[in-house]
Design a protein around this ligand. Structure first.
Ligand code: MG
Length: 191
């Protein structure tokens, strides 16, 4: 499937959802590209996973911002590859640094830079510990097995909508409970 076909399919998937994330964040190694960039030389020409470029273009076309969160110890190689792949201008934030936290500090920085709340973000990564830590911050997070694919995109957008619906329902529950309590206390005051 070529980039244009992937993009068309991704656009169709995105079009099926009424609520969309404001920002989609990607890991690099084994999420956008099939290697650890610390094992490669800057002189090489890298390639992305087959669906990655089409997905990035589709999200961008729908007005969704994109960012990178990578714990790669070789940010210089990662940035050279992003440049060589001509995708640099697509990202509003690129946080690439090694860290002992499982990307929670990457997401704090992305939030500070973009102003987007964690519950309006969707994240793709191939490491479960990152997924666990970042989803605890309120970010909808999807574990990818073999790079980002249109299937993972569909799964991510589905889970994102479910999370938004759940938090809306919870808010509604609290509002109902609160208004009941306040009306009963008004009643008590009258009595
Ligand atoms: Mg990775």
């Amino acid at each position: 499937m070529g980039d244009d076909n992937v993009k068309a399919e991704a656009l169709e998937i995105i079009g099926m959802f009424q609520v969309l994330p404001r920002l989609v964040v990607f890991d690099l190694d084994y999420t956008l590209w099939p290697f650890y960039c610390e094992c490669r030389s800057k002189r090489e020409m890298p390639s992305l996973y087959p669906h990655a470029r089409g997905i990035l273009y589709a999200l961008k076309e729908k007005g969704i911002d994109l960012a990178i969160a990578s714990r790669s110890p070789t940010a210089d190689i990662a940035k050279t590859f992003i440049d060589k792949l001509s995708i640099k201008s697509m990202f509003v934030a690129q946080e690439i640094f090694s860290s002992w936290t499982h990307k929670t500090d990457h997401f704090q920085r992305i939030h500070t830079r973009t102003g987007v709340p964690f519950n309006s973000m969707l994240f793709f990564d191939d490491e479960n510990r990152n997924i666990q830590a970042v989803s605890n911050m309120g970010v909808t997070s999807i574990l990818v097995g073999n790079g980002v694919t249109v299937g993972a995109l569909r799964q991510g957008l589905t889970k994102y909508s479910e999370n938004v619906n759940t938090s809306e329902k919870n808010k509604q529950k609290w509002r109902t409970k609160f208004s009941k309590n306040s009306s009963s206390s008004e009643q008590n005051e009258k009595n």
